[in-house]
Design a protein around this ligand. Sequence first.
Ligand code: HEC
Length: 190
Amino acid sequence: MRENMRMMSAVGLSVVAVAVVAPAAQEPVQRPDALVLGEVVQEIESLDALRSSLASSFSGDPDRSTFAQVCGPVGAQARRLVEEKGWRIQQLAEKYRNPGHKLDEEAELVYRLMAEDPGLMGMWARTEMEEGPGIRYFRRIVVEQACLACHGPKDSRPQFVRAGYPDDRAFDFEVGDLRGLYSVFVADSP
Ligand code: HEC
């Protein structure tokens, strides 16, 4: 008898569990605007290719002027996109140079996944930021040979980096390492 009661209460519990889970499963799938998502992917590929070509085209010791030719234009292009499209664009890293580029909680989760799986180049998620609900796209940033002039061994960092970034963590990278990620947030209603 006692055994039966225990069985009944177990059945009762599983019914409750199903009742709690069921409504969430009925919510409609929120589809992204595929054109916008495609545009985000395209713009970030261009931004990354821009940095790549700028980094590999400079020669000699990197100094302020070469910095202006590499990461300066990348930042400027990202700001232009923010103005033009109304997206939130960030470059985030665990080992950051600019402390404004620290990973937030969500980006850290994605960073961990990308660190574990070198083939994971990008992903997007439905999420919420200060702007409200929307989609957030992440794209891996990979270290290339040309990046090492400024992100390679600690002691060979250019003087302007040592002086300008006292809390710098963005050194000692090797080719192929995960450098960080681009994040683009597009709110549902601008
Ligand atoms: C000439 C020096 C120089 C070269 C070459 C260079 N960087 Fe940087 N990078 C910097 C500096 C300086 C910053 C900090 C910019 C700022 O203050 O926002 C930076 C910032 C970044 C950031 C933003 C995150 C952070 O740590 O603040 C990323 C990502 C990045 N670099 C990736 C790369 C990649 C990838 C390459 C090679 C394709 C590269 N960099 C080549 C100097 C360089």
